[in-house]
Design a protein around this ligand. Sequence first.
Ligand code: DC
Length: 229
Amino acid sequence: MSFRGQVTLDGPSGTGKSSVARGVAARLGAAYLDTGAMYRAATVAVLDAGVDPEDADSVARTVAAARIEVGTGSATELVTVDGVDVAERIRGVEVTRTVSAVSAVPAVRRQLVDQQRALVAAADAVVVEGRDIGTVVLPDATLKVYLTAAPEARAQRRAGQLGITEPAEIAVLAADLRRRDEYDSSRADSPLRPAADAVVVDSTELDQQAVVERVVALAQSAVPAGERA
Ligand code: DC
């Protein structure tokens, strides 16, 4: 039977979450929504407006005026700000360095959460990736997964993606991941944490395919919220 409903995939960065989410969406024939890409696109708008990322009011006003669009196909990445393709730019260092501050602004979160719920409502089956999807955005999701891994394993994975082999540089990546976790987990609005009813999957010792299989199996045996006894 084909899957219908929502799978939420939350957790810190560097766990292989995006690859897993895309893989699961492809296997389930579901749409895929990368909410981190939306916060990154909002950050592009803030950077281009020359606004101080720590000035919450200006950040909120700038993002409210920006038209942020993301695609929900699992094969291609479509991200635009005011009609301009920013799919590559959102992965750059400037955006990565600034996105935590932008995503901590409550008005920005409210705006993007509304947009995320509308995109999810339009899909029969969807995999949604982020930090607060199971806790805030979709509290009644069919299946909630929290993907985690040791910081060293996450730094190793990032290093592999970036072609870095120098141990000192990998240690810098691990420190940066810890700093971002700390920031994302301790912010007042929607901190990073597993939902009470999430299945926690630790990918430290698992390869990506094994994690995909695990999540697909969980999704196929999950019962939608409306049909639970
Ligand atoms: O998953 P990512 O690295 O693309 O996320 C970018 C940033 O956005 C990261 O600092 C956490 C934040 N984020 C968030 O606060 N809430 C989400 N649902 C998704 C991402």
